[in-house]
Design a protein around this ligand. Sequence first.
Ligand SMILES: Nc1ncnc2c1ncn2[C@@H]1O[C@H](COP(=O)(O)OP(=O)(O)OP(=O)(O)O)[C@@H](O)[C@H]1O
Ligand SMILES: [Mg+2]
Length: 267
Amino acid sequence: MMLEINDLRVAFQRRNHPPTQVIHGLSLSLERGQTLGIVGESGSGKSVMSLATMGLLPATATATGSIMFEGRDILTMPERDLCKLRGNRMGMIFQEPMTALNPAMRVGAQIAEGLILHKGISRAAARTEALHLLEMVQIPRAAERIDSFPHEMSGGQRQRVGIAIALALKPDLLIADEPTTALDVTVQAEVLDILDDLVTDLGISLILISHDLGVIARIADRTLVMYRGDMMEEGPTERVLRQPGHDYTRKLLDAMPRRVRASLGGA
Ligand SMILES: Nc1ncnc2c1ncn2[C@@H]1O[C@H](COP(=O)(O)OP(=O)(O)OP(=O)(O)O)[C@@H](O)[C@H]1O
Ligand SMILES: [Mg+2]
């Protein structure tokens, strides 16, 4: 098993108040090459769960339970080892593409930076690899765009640069937190197809977080539904979407446009 989360609970400290618990016992497992979709309304704990898995919770958070990544617990791992894991084994596409990019640095250099740091390759080799990645995520005229700054690109292109950065180090586990929310629907579909192909071609495991059940239906093998920090249900995507075992999942499905629901074939 690539990732196994057991009874994860996360609370945030507050000044002069008891801590607020925002995840109340989450368990899941993910095999190599599998895509797990996570859905749930805003504030249900999806991003907190992703940050916990990356070992990136802020200092004000307390987490209990365990997050085993190939047999080692992320929650108790020293920062130095976490850094290495994040450089080599786990990647994340953040919910806000702009905040994940450095506005003052050309995109090619941003992609190359991690390669130079973690893989110890030369600047020239890293630039060649960055170009290759920009082509892989289908940035048009990549050879010119490699020297662009983030603000010179469209939102969809920036999001693709974010994907290129996450993929540069060839992670075994990729967490994509709402990777297409900021995008035009047609570009959304393109970016999702790119992600889906990468999972197939590179054999990585993907956790895909989305509000959009249509997106989940398209690429997730299994789906987990969260509600206010609780896990409502988890199972094969088809089963969860066709025969939701929980009221909340049914409501999520009902909230979808009829046309999209029809394309899921059930509900
Ligand atoms: N740094 C933080 N300090 C205090 N509370 C936080 C912090 N980050 C998140 N929370 C709280 O944790 C809960 C879960 O937040 P989270 O960001 O995981 O939601 P989400 O499911 O990703 O929502 P969205 O779909 O809007 O991105 C929310 O109630 C939020 O207010
Ligand atoms: Mg979020």
